[in-house]
Design a protein around this ligand. Structure first.
Ligand code: SF4
Length: 691
């Protein structure tokens, strides 16, 4: 028991570029307020709205959190449970899982997880358990950013080594392509991006706040990014700004793209992309003058040809030699491996017997429908009933009585409603861990500031107990948190103990800005950046990147974009009443011309539909959305929406051109005034022919 007023520093571990520093005001052991840390180099003393609301609301409210293990007593999907003890819960999981493992093996057990918390141990150490039992992982990145990782990995040998944001001190131009920092990196947006010395160029179909504030906003129609990238390269080549020496020394395959570059004039691109040719020329000149940074957003690759798009856009720094020099570079994400963390240690890779098994999120519903292929399911750190494609089909599969489903959660989500056993997870305020931002090259302490609510436990402790219940004795399954934290800190080489790091909150991994690809050696077979090769063909792409594009939607249809909103973190916070108020009822926005063509006024209810499903929502009208597009941000909880569904009801689970990743920004929908008769009877046939 501690007495008196005090302040504890910790770190936000959400799926967010910012990794904000937090100060928690306590009176004795009671948390009074969760605030931004004024000394943190990124957050400068404030939290985003959603976290300020959530961390001072439902996250500390015993009336809203899951407090005790639960066992289902009603039909699946209704969310009716009885409280049981931890001993009973663990025994039930063990007795249900053992015969499945004995007869069908781990391949009959599916496990889905993602970024419910991004702290190192809670986000990764549970994989030790699943590696040991040989479960099938639903590849987490396939619901988000896998195509980008695959494409950039083939080109550069590593998609997780981005520029150090501190290098902006030497930059004169930053391009942000396919990201909305105002929503997904609000502190980076406010304090880093809009440096007065830097020309900011935002390339995005939506005129979001970051785009509106940028020096230049290029607004291509969705699906035309590769054509735009080649047009920028055309200008750069035409004006003699290619770095031939860099291309000759450090790349292979440039000659194969040169004919495409030569053909991709700005005038040609204007017709396809809708971006004025003069603006393409201006942007290309700023970038080529450099030094320039290129930030490739995760939204950029969530389209049908996402792999080709990432290859095309990443040619900009390659062609101009904006790599391996101060103020230059490209960023997708900064992984923890670049800061010394051994992912195999963290996830217990050695526990896996045979080849790791995985499937794409795009195949999850089909896999769960198949009783012979899936007999048990673990969901942890994610909310698949809200966030995965084929929502109606998936929810029907989750209602299978013969599927044994264990859910780890903090809140009573739609996914929890379908579980057989619910295990209450502790929040980040309730245990120690480490956080490594995926933007800044920092290392931060996540510090326990309060006891877990009820009987909640950290993810890693739950899996230690499950391992015990299954009589699994491998040392890695029972390693305690202090030992793991000390080992991980040792791997980073920052020379901090957890106590010393906790006192500082966040430290830079290296004292000076780290130069990306400083030695100009790339982890590819050739040791160079590989622009064209047969490896791409083996992965399902063309040898060289191409200035290809997706056709505009057929008459009457709109292209559906479902990016992040500033008020939701994936599906986290959607159950906060104040967040719900901030989100408002308007679940979709469209251009005034598209609204007028459909007789939709501000606030009218529109029916969105395609062959996969339908959704009826109030719409708003905005010039920020281009013609031909409807914007419906992701993350609302289906059960809190009037129709019991969110935007993923319209998501067919189509895959990108590489890595079986989500092509969620290529979805087409009909939009009409709710109550109007269906526009076409043979909708399924019409839609099935579009791809
Ligand atoms: S979600 Fe992002 S912006 Fe919000 S407090 Fe956490 S790290 Fe900061």
């Amino acid at each position: 028991m501690t007495s008196g007023l005090r302040t504890v520093r910790t770190t936000c571990p959400r799926d967010c570029y910012d990794a904000c520093g937090i100060t928690v005001k306590l009176d004795g052991d009671a948390v009074e307020r969760v605030l931004g840390d004024p000394r943190h180099p990124v957050s400068h003393g404030w939290l985003c709205g959603k976290c300020a609301v959530g961390y001072n609301g439902g996250w500390r409210d015993p009336g809203r959190r899951l407090l005790r293990p639960l066992r289902r007593v009603g039909p699946k999907g209704q969310g009716r449970f009885e409280i049981i003890s931890w001993a009973e819960a663990l025994a039930t999981v063990a007795s249900s899982l053992r015969p499945i493992l004995d007869t069908a093996g781990g391949e009959a057990v599916l496990q889905t997880h993602y970024t419910g918390t991004c702290s190192l141990i809670a986000g990764n150490a549970p994989l030790r358990f699943f590696n040991r039992i040989g479960a099938v992982e639903v590849d987490p990145d396939t619901v988000c950013n896998k195509a980008g990782h695959a494409a950039l990995g083939l080109a550069f040998g590593d998609s997780l080594q981005g520029f150090d944001p501190r290098t902006i001190q030497d930059s004169r131009c930053v391009i942000v392509w396919g990201a909305n920092p105002s929503a997904c990196a609000p502190h980076v947006d406010r304090h880093w991006l809009h440096d007065a010395r830097v020309t900011t160029i935002v390339i995005d179909p939506i005129r979001h706040p970051t785009a509106a504030r940028a020096t230049l906003h290029l607004q291509p129609f969705p699906g035309t990014d590769a054509a735009l990238a080649f047009a920028l390269l055309h200008v750069i080549a035409r004006e003699g700004r290619l770095d031939r020496a860099f291309l000759d020394a450090h790349t292979i395959g440039w000659a194969e793209v040169e004919p495409h570059v030569a053909a991709a004039t700005p005038e040609w691109a204007e017709g396809l992309t809708g971006v004025p040719a003069a603006l393409i020329v201006t942007a290309a000149r700023h970038y080529a003058a450099g030094p320039s940074l290129l930030w490739l957003g995760q939204g950029l690759q969530r389209q049908r040809f996402g792999g080709n798009v990432m290859r095309a856009c990443s040619l900009l720094p390659v062609a101009t030699g904006m790599i391996g020099k101060p103020g230059a570079g490209v960023l997708y994400l900064n992984g923890f491996g670049g800061r010394g963390i051994d992912g195999d240690y963290l996830t217990g890779a050695h526990l896996c017997q045979g080849e790791p098994r995985s499937i794409s999120h795009m195949d999850l519903a089909a896999r769960l429908e198949d009783a012979s292929a899936s007999r048990a399911l673990f969901t942890w750190n994610n909310n698949i009933a809200a966030s995965s494609p084929e929502q109606a089909r998936l929810r029907a599969a989750l209602r299978r009585e013969d599927l044994f489903h264990v859910a780890l959660e903090l809140f009573h989500t739609d996914t929890v409603d379908h579980a057989d056993i619910v295990l209450p997870a502790a929040s980040f305020l309730e245990f120690d861990d480490l956080v490594l931002s995926y933007f800044h090259l920092t290392v931060s302490a996540q510090v326990k500031v309060m006891a877990p609510l009820g009987e909640a436990l950290p993810n890693q402790e739950i899996f230690r107990r499950l391992a015990g219940a299954l009589d699994l004795t491998d040392a890695a399954l029972h390693e305690d948190d202090p030992t793991m934290i000390a080992t991980l800190l040792g791997q980073t080489g920052i020379g901090e103990t957890f106590a010393s790091l906790a006192a500082k909150g966040t430290v830079d991994w290296a004292p000076e800005p780290v130069m990306q690809f400083a030695d100009l050696r790339f982890n590819t077979p050739s040791g160079r950046i590989e622009i064209a090769s047969e490896r791409y063909v083996a992965a399902g792409l063309t040898r060289e990147p191409r200035p290809s594009w997706e056709a505009r939607p057929p008459a009457g249809m709109l292209r559906l974009l479902s990016p992040a909103s500033e008020w939701l973190m994936n599906s986290t916070f959607a159950n906060e009443p104040r967040v719900g108020q901030a989100l408002g009822a308007r679940a979709a926005l469209l251009h005034p011309d598209d609204a007028a063509a459909r007789g939709l006024a501000e606030g009218a209810h529109a029916r969105l539909w395609n062959a996969t499903g339908q959704l009826t929502v109030p719409v708003g009208i905005s010039q920020d959305v281009p013609r031909g597009v409807i914007l419906a941000p992701k993350g609302r909880w289906p059960k809190l929406e009037p129709g019991g569904a969110n935007v993923n009801a319209l998501n067919p689970g189509d895959k990108t051109d590489i890595a079986e990743s989500a092509a969620v920004h290529s979805i087409l929908v009909h939009v009409e005034l709710a109550g109007a008769p269906a526009a076409a009877a043979a909708t399924g046939a019409a839609l099935s022919g579009r791809r």
